[in-house]
Design a protein around this ligand. Structure first.
Ligand SMILES: Nc1ncnc2c1ncn2[C@@H]1O[C@H](COP(=O)(O)OP(=O)(O)O)[C@@H](O)[C@H]1O
Ligand SMILES: [Mg+2]
Length: 372
């Protein structure tokens, strides 16, 4: 756990960081984002003591890092920067194993580990004897990652590592990093100025502006609840529609669906549909468990004699959960052709309803400007 407590940084009398406080949990990938000059790199470099705070403190696992030897601290952290920081006069192999060598990792183990690292970043071993200037930008960033992971540090700092890459290499490196993160659960602090990148990679995003930390939250919450106008502008108005996986069924469902009981009469149900202007009722029991759907259409079609509705209830239905995304929902609607989809909890209690019109309302929001 890395904790920033009231950290400020001044250069002479210019304050470039103002009372930054936040906590990075173990195993999280945190993105620091903001415009150029807002203090991202300064924040990052204070974690490995390349820069020292003017005031405030930074602790790692409750230990103030000012009491940890600089070199010792840095060796425990991977560090990847935009220009990779590889030594041009050393081969790729020498670059990857440099720290392991300094730390006297036995040669056999080191060689094996280098091979593992190359496989991990999806590069051919025959690149190991080349020099950095013989590799592409994307390959070099992969080497940068391999080197950072080599000694298996718990913390990895990355300063705009993919910013200089073409979009294709960039996407594939982002995917690669996510894959590694799912496997190894490092604590990663990742500086970027690209919101798409932050949303894709981060467990939490720290939005900075002119040396201040404006909002620190999950991508989902930042998209849904920007802390102020700055964040909203920075993130982009209605930006959440670029990330529909964050829009959940609970955000767009009707929360009080019209229901009936299994014992209700046909007359009662037809009347209820008319009054509430719906063409189906959710059939529930006293515990609010969902039993099925009663469609107006089937009441009209079938056997006219029965007074009850039992024979008319459609029981073979598809439902969704509140935390399903509208991407999941769209697939379900496509597969089932149904446009009335009940929302249930884990115990099959009815909690809401998605209809064609609730979906259209939600989708049309993206074209409508809010008045307030
Ligand atoms: N050595 C320095 N002396 C004076 N000002 C500096 C120094 N290094 C950085 N700054 C200033 O601190 C601010 C934050 O810089 P930085 O953390 O590199 O921003 P970012 O990484 O977000 O682009 C900038 O305004 C920059 O000009
Ligand atoms: Mg920077």
């Amino acid at each position: 756990m890395i904790v920033f407590k009231d950290v400020s940084k001044n250069y002479k009398n210019v304050t470039v960081l103002k009372n930054i406080s936040f906590t990075i949990e173990d195993g999280d990938l945190v993105c620091l984002i903001g415009e150029s000059g807002c203090g991202k790199t300064t924040t990052l470099k204070m974690i490995n003591k390349l820069l020292l705070p003017t005031s405030g403190e930074i602790t790692i696992n409750r230990q103030n890092i000012k009491n940890i030897n600089d070199i010792k601290l840095r060796r425990k952290m991977g560090y990847v920067i935009q220009q990779t920081g590889l030594f041009s006069h050393m081969t790729i192999r020498e670059n990857i194993e440099i720290i392991a060598k300094i730390e006297h990792m036995p040669e056999e183990k080191r060689k094996k580990r280098v091979r593992e690292m190359m496989e991990m970043v999806d590069l051919n071993e025959n690149l190991l004897d080349r020099y950095p200037n013989e590799l592409s930008g994307g390959q070099l960033q992969r080497i940068g990652i391999a080197r950072a992971f080599m000694t298996d540090p718990k913390i990895i700092l990355m300063d705009e590592p993919f910013s200089a890459l073409d979009p294709m290499s960039r996407t594939s490196l982002q995917d690669e990093l996510l894959k590694l993160q799912r496997k190894f659960h490092k604590t990663i602090v990742f500086v970027t100025h690209d919101m798409d990148e932050a949303i894709k990679l981060a467990d939490k995003i720290a939005i900075m502006d002119q040396g201040e930390l404006i909002q620190y939250d999950t991508p989902e919450n930042i998209l849904k609840h920007p802390a102020n106008d700055f964040v909203e502008d920075f993130v982009g108005h209605k930006r959440i529609w670029n990330s529909p996986e964050f829009i959940k069924v609970k955000d767009i469902m009707i929360t009080r669906p019209i229901t009936c009981k299994e014992e209700d009469s046909k007359f009662y149900c037809i009347n209820k549909m008319r009054m509430s202007k719906v063409d189906s009722l959710m059939v529930v029991n006293d515990e609010k468990e969902l039993l099925g759907i009663l469609y107006a259409e089937s009441l009209r079609l079938k056997n006219k004699k029965a007074n009850g509705i039992k024979d008319y209830i459609e029981k073979d239905i598809v439902s969704v959960k509140e935390n399903d995304s509208i991407v999941d929902l769209a697939k379900i609607i496509k597969d089932t052709k149904s446009a009335t989809i009940p929302v249930i909890d884990r115990k099959n209690h009815l909690t809401g309803l998605i209809t064609r019109s609730s979906l259209i309302t939600a989708l049309s929001q993206q074209f409508v400007e809010e008045d307030d």
